[in-house]
Design a binder for this molecule. Structure first.
Ligand code: NAG
Ligand code: NAG
Ligand code: NAG
Ligand code: NAG
Ligand code: NAG
Length: 507
């Protein structure tokens, strides 16, 4: 999904940093020189606004003339001024809201991590499993705060570093979690330096380079009290060679499922507040940016300005799909972002950002503000405008009907079917080409997945989902509305995006 964010220029930055003795000033001039070259190349091909994709387009545009007038884009000073004002307007509008949506969110604490492992221990007992095993990645981040790149900054390693969480009964007879790490012995100190969120000192079982790590795990005292073959549940991200390694020494290995999978699916109060903050903030960023639009902007320029506005508000965008008219008939885009904004353009923006490690994922479809809204009694709407309005309303009604199904014990299929029935019933059968949505948390896409075949998964209180129905008309336009919903017993769900869209002029 992150077709735009990959166009930032971390490589340019990295190259500059690697030069010995470079000062902050040098770094900036190197970066400018590199971007001036990029700009020159693209200017020659008639595509000089590409440079606004850079993470800091304002400083770039500002500094370019100083860093070599010959390389700077040589036409359209007015255009570049206007673009600069647009970028600043998107940032200022968002900051001027005072960012009230961020107020109730705070980072996940050590106590929250302890609570997660406690819920995991209880789930392991319920599933009759002796230990949960996970390597650095999203799930390890969830239970132990270490992602794959935080452990292996270079590339994923072949040496297993595993978190092993076992349930045990304390003196009062209640279930508790015991966490132990199987770690390359020369890395044990580095593992401790990670400062993982535990109230007690972390326990490490080390393995030497010439040992079999799986045998080391098996022969440790972790499983010595068991009277059966130890049953391990491995996370879904666990690499195949580690699963086979564990099985090869005689562990009974089972895949992620049941109550154990539900632990991460069900959000705690602090997770809900972060999800609410980042999703409401992302919607607000789109609304505030929209007010600044002017004719002639490209999809890429809008994505870059929106990214900068999100960053200015403390959220880190990780994908940003901006599509105009027929380019939006492909739900995830794929065209090159150079289509130009006009009055009657239907703009689809699907964007996600991170806050405290949690994701937003929202979508809005709208007309630009300089296209005047027809009055209520206007009977002579051009057919292509009338069709856009009609489809916008159908998708909105589809989303509304799905929302009523986000209740405890309803199936993951039912929410999709409710939306699909509206779209099919309105004569647009076959144009809603993807599922209704997915769980959301530290990843934008998490289980459970909401498709019309998923009859076996039941929604539970505390699960957070996207509802994102769409209609895609090839060669014409696409419409999608995406909001976040929190399941709340047998009631309508709670909206975690602040407020839904009202209409194509009020997204
Ligand atoms: C978790 O890791 C992040 C860095 O990725 C850090 O900022 C945060 O403080 C850590 N949280 C805890 C509770 O240690
Ligand atoms: C956790 O398990 C290890 C290894 O079996 C053991 O040495 C340690 O005492 C246990 N910790 C607690 C708090 O039970
Ligand atoms: C973008 O794609 C269009 C065709 O869809 C093409 O005409 C145009 O040259 C492309 N622009 C760039 C900069 O690649
Ligand atoms: C959902 O099903 C479970 C198990 O049957 C039941 O305990 C719970 O009360 C149900 N929830 C609601 C909101 O009906
Ligand atoms: C289907 C398609 O590619 N439509 C348009 C998308 O936008 C580009 C410009 O970026 C147009 O050239 C395409 O016609």
């Amino acid at each position: 999904m992150s077709k735009y964010s990959s166009w930032n220029a971390p490589d340019v930055e990295a190259r500059a940093i690697s030069i010995p003795g470079n000062s902050r000033r040098n770094r900036f001039s190197l970066r400018n020189a590199a971007w001036a070259l990029v700009g020159a190349g693209l200017a020659a091909s008639g595509f000089y606004y590409y440079s606004s994709q850079h993470k800091t387009p304002r400083s770039h545009l500002h500094l370019l003339p100083e860093s070599g007038g010959n390389f700077a884009p040589c036409r359209g000073h007015e255009h570049s001024d206007r673009l600069k004002s647009f970028q600043q307007c998107a940032i200022d509008n968002l900051l001027n809201t005072g960012l009230p949506f961020l107020e109730n969110a705070s980072p996940i604490t050590v106590d929250d991590f302890e609570e997660r492992r406690q819920r995991l221990a209880e789930a392991l007992v319920a599933e009759d499993v002796d230990a949960f095993v996970v390597e650095p990645g999203y799930t390890f981040k969830y239970y132990g705060n270490v992602s794959q790149p935080e452990w292996e900054v270079w590339e994923p390693e072949e040496r297993p570093f595993l978190m092993v969480v076992r349930p045990f009964y304390d003196q009062t007879g209640s279930v508790k979690a015991n966490t132990t790490f199987l770690c390359p012995s020369f890395e044990a100190e580095r593992a401790r330096l990670l400062g993982m969120p535990f109230t007690e000192a972390i326990q490490i079982v080390p393995w030497e380079e010439h040992w079999d790590p799986y045998t080391t795990l098996q022969e440790s005292d972790m499983f010595s009290d068991l009277t059966r073959t130890p049953r391990l549940m491995v996370d879904e991200e666990m690499r195949d060679f580690i699963q086979r390694g564990l099985a090869s020494v005689g562990f009974d290995v089972v895949g992620l499922g049941g109550h154990v999978e539900e632990v991460r699916q069900i959000k705690s109060a602090s997770e809900v507040e972060i999800l609410r903050a980042v999703n409401t903030g992302t919607v607000e960023a789109v609304r505030q940016m929209r007010k600044c639009l002017y004719p002639g902007l490209t999809e890429n320029q809008i994505a870059a300005a929106l990214d900068d506005a999100l960053r200015a508000a403390g959220m880190e965008p990780f994908f940003d799909i901006v599509l105009f008219d027929e380019n939006a008939s492909n739900p995830h885009g794929g065209t090159n972002g150079t289509k130009v904004l006009e009055a009657e353009t239907f703009v689809l923006i699907d964007v996600g950002a991170h806050l405290y490690g949690y994701s937003s994922d929202i979508c809005r479809t709208f007309f630009p503000p300089f296209f005047e809204k027809p009055s209520e009694n206007e009977k002579t709407l051009a057919p292509h405008i009338a069709e856009k309005l009609k489809v916008w309303d159908i998708v909105f009604e589809a989303q509304t009907q799905s929302i009523h199904q986000f209740r405890e014990n309803y199936t993951a299929a039912s929410v999709d079917i409710a939306a699909r029935n509206v779209i099919d019933g309105a004569g647009y059968e076959g144009t809603f080409t993807h599922r209704l949505g997915h769980g959301i948390g530290i990843k934008a896409h998490e289980s459970p997945y909401l498709n019309k075949g998923n009859h076996k998964t039941l929604l539970k209180t505390g699960m957070a989902f996207t509802s994102e129905p769409g209609i895609y008309l090839v060669d014409k336009f696409g419409v999608r509305h995406e909001d976040i919903l929190l399941v709340q017993g047998d009631n309508d769900p709670e909206l975690l995006t602040g407020s839904r869209a009202v209409g194509p002029w009020d997204p």
